[in-house]
Design a protein. Sequence first.
Length: 335
Amino acid sequence: MTSKERVLTALRHEPPDKVPYYMAFLVPEHEKLVDYFGDPDYYDKLGCDMTITAVTRVSWGVRDADGYHTDEFGLRWNRKIDPDIGIPEGTLSQENFDSYPWPDPKASGRFDQLDAALKKNPDKFNIMSLTFSLFERSWGLVGLANFLMGMIEDRPFIEAVLDRVLEFNLAVVDEGVKHCPDIDGIYFGDDFGCQRGVTVGAPRWREILKPRLARQYARAHKYGKPVFIHSCGKVEELFEDFIEIGVNCFNPFQPEVMDIYETKKMYRNRLAFYGGISLQSLLPFGTPQQVKDEVANIVKKIGGEGGFIAAPSHTVTGDVPAENIVAMLDVLQNQ
């Protein structure tokens, strides 16, 4: 099988020739691996079955002289401590909502990297990604505390923000498929949870966010593209909702907040999972042999029947020993 065929088979909940896998690294880990392998192009040799290309412009790893970065939404990110993502400092309010300079879905160059990925990796499963797609983008723009309070005290404003962001996202999906019709899937990033549950509570999520997310995912399905979503945290109480509104594959499948083995059994043939390899405990703190043993167990017990893409449970952080990445790869590459 090609990588594309392998992922498509897994998404159909059928047994692939081997479990597909993917991984990505934050700047400190990437630099560590460049040094470890002695090769700045090491990533192209890992054998990942997917590419994921962001088309909304948050420039990862870029730090302005003052430690801030302003993205295309006019949102300032404080990167004095964290050079990868940073802390968003809300810039949108009721006072400036009507005059706020929203970004252009048709902005020149938005899909250049996606087009390049398709040309470079025609046999891989190529995904267009909208990072911080709806909930995260909206609370980032107005500030988390303001957003959460507004859901209770000023719901019309919060819904106006969500609808404006949704309008942008739908237009990006339209333009992305128009420019790159051969993409294989669309990925929406949104953290709905924390370690203990759904951040805004499941009832409020269903009332305010679910109908808008349904429209977002339906736009991807309009073009025949499977929907991948990312949500950190303990959000399994939303899995039935995800299935109802068209999610095909859930990431990151964190073993610290859910039993990945039982969850996979429970949603067999209805929801695929991608992730599952612990980034909170196993990869940073395990020995290489422990990593090999657990990854092999995951591949055997979860991936064999399809419905699973193996990956670390998030983009890999700089505290993971290079030897543990090599141990994980040894299992995934030699199935």
